[in-house]
Write a protein that binds this ligand. Structure first.
Ligand SMILES: *Cc1c(COP(=O)(O)O)cnc(C)c1O
Length: 502
């Protein structure tokens, strides 16, 4: 059976159902698989002719060894349907030429909320329900989410009306796009609650983590027959589904004739909390032929500096950008990479995390730095570069990308120019451009900006002809259900209130 250890206390070892139900380890560490199951060359070859769903079942089966094959199949087949993702393959590749280089955009935003978070959050509720049956002791799960925009909506949509679950979402009042806010505030479902906080995403995430790991709060929930679980990307059930699409993308690249079987690819990921790119790295650890991960940041470029210097320093200005889902200075999942690259050293990992908490800065060992730099390349795109990329890609190819994807395209372009590395590259395209219509439309620079978000959507459609995703179009005129705002100090009270606990 595959066990999961805590990054801060290796002696903890739980099965996947426990890791998923619990979300985070009690010591504050993150659950990681004790070892990486391998994908043999033969297996990878066999996956070439498989559907996305069958590839998912094969890979997930290697990690969820306390689930039956039927249970896994049930989760996969309920999540990745044509109805929810628009086609058999939920993660298709679009090839474009940008500044003379061929880029393969892995479009991860065809799900119900039009961002890549759906790839994990459509399946997580199924994992969680089954995990609770195994280890939940009849308790209801309370899903607490801190979101920089896309996770919140994707989690709400994934968990709405799922039995034995309640979901509470906090988002930074001024840190999300108008469309993101509208998506969340109009959420349907009897088990959902949404609240804005005065503060930024890091404030929300820190407060949620604190509520989550507070023993007194856990005791109160326990008395009420509830337990916390997490839908944030620290939950193992979020990361696992993301490993799948990198393996699947490799297979599709081979099938499309973009790479010879067995040859390496590069992978570029627009990065915030480091979950998406970490999943790619885990795929590499499983044996996927990858040469290098290009970690793309926006002006909040703490990861760029980290990869280049080995010093992680969050003591810096925080910028609110047009790619809000990457406006993050504390990338939670980096902890898992440090654990991995330190050779599963829990003491060392814990030391870095404690320094981050107390000083806001830590310097990794030479060993980690060298390993890091051999596999990762960091770069960032500021607001101008992001806008220019959206504009140029559309002018050159008639392809419309969102602000986050534009950051990745821009950094990937810089990487190719700087290194002359011609390895075929896959770029994670993480959101529909219509989710960020204001920034995308203004980047195209085509005259006067309309007032309302939905008029911007319409104008963007008129200019580009790109389809407006139905889930966004249907929000027009929908009434908001939620409008609460709280201070971060009061979040715990808000949680109890939403749960009906006095
Ligand atoms: C969440 C998100 C990201 C960042 O992904 P991480 O896993 O947090 O690094 C990038 N782009 C979009 C559109 C997102 O929603």
């Amino acid at each position: 059976m595959m066990k999961y250890n805590s990054t801060q206390d290796k002696s903890k070892a739980v099965l996947s159902a426990q890791a998923i139900a619990q979300g985070i380890s009690q010591d504050g560490g993150l659950f990681v698989p004790e070892s990486f199951p391998q994908i043999s060359e033969k297996e990878l070859k066999s996956m070439l002719s498989m559907s996305y769903q069958d590839r998912a079942k094969l890979i997930m089966g290697k990690y969820l060894t306390d689930f039956t094959a039927d249970e896994i199949a049930d989760c996969v087949d309920s999540a990745y349907t044509v109805e929810k993702f628009g086609s058999e393959n939920p993660a298709p590749i679009a090839t474009v030429e940008f500044n003379g280089e061929e880029l393969n955009l892995l479009e991860l935003w065809h799900g119900p909320t039009c961002a890549f978070k759906d790839m994990a959050l459509q399946i997580l509720p199924h994992f969680l329900t089954k995990s609770l049956q195994k280890v939940g002791g009849g308790k209801d799960a309370v899903i607490l989410v801190a979101t920089s925009g896309d996770t919140g909506k994707a989690a709400l949509e994934g968990f709405k009306d799922v039995e034995h679950t309640k979901i509470i979402v906090f988002y930074p009042m001024n840190g999300v796009s108008a469309m993101q806010k509208h998506q969340m505030n109009t959420q349907e479902g009897d088990n959902v609650y949404v609240c804005a906080i005065r503060g930024n995403f890091d404030d929300a995430q820190t407060a949620v983590k604190k509520i989550f790991t507070d023993p007194a709060t856990a005791a109160v929930l326990n008395e009420n027959n509830m337990m916390f679980s997490s839908a944030n990307s620290i939950n193992w059930g979020r990361l696992l589904p993301q490993i799948v699409y990198y393996v699947s993308a490799y297979c599709d690249m081979v099938n499309m004739g973009k790479v010879a079987f067995g040859d390496k690819i590069n992978i570029t990921v627009p990065t915030g909390n480091f979950g998406n790119i970490l999943a790619g790295y885990y795929a590499y650890e499983m044996g996927l032929p990858v040469k290098r991960f290009i970690c793309a940041s926006n002006s909040n470029n703490v990861l760029t500096d980290f990869i280049r210097t080995g010093v992680y320093n969050k003591n810096r200005d925080f910028y609110t950008t047009v790619s809000p889902s990457m406006d993050i200075l504390v990338s939670s999942n980096l902890e898992r990479l440090l654990y991995c690259m330190s050779g599963c050293n829990d003491e060392e990992t814990k030391g870095y995390m404690e320094l981050l908490k107390s000083e806001g800065v830590y310097t990794v060992s030479t060993k980690i730095k060298e390993k890091l730099q051999s596999m990762f390349w960091g770069g960032y795109a500021d607001e101008d570069a992001t806008a220019r990329t959206i504009h140029d890609l559309f002018e050159q190819q008639g392809y419309l990308c969102d602000t986050h994807t534009a950051v990745a395209v821009s950094v990937c372009d810089a990487y190719i120019r700087e290194t002359a590395d011609k390895t075929p590259v896959v770029i994670a395209s993480t959101a529909s451009p219509y989710k960020f219509s204001r920034a995308v439309l203004s980047a195209l620079n085509k005259g006067k900006m309309p007032e309302s978000e939905f008029d911007m959507v319409e104008q963007l459609h008129e200019i580009t002809g790109a389809d407006v995703p139905k889930p966004l179009a249907s929000l027009r005129g929908k009434k908001a259900r939620f409008s609460d705002v709280t201070d971060k100090e009061d979040m715990q009270g808000v949680v109890f209130g939403a749960l009906g606990i006095q």
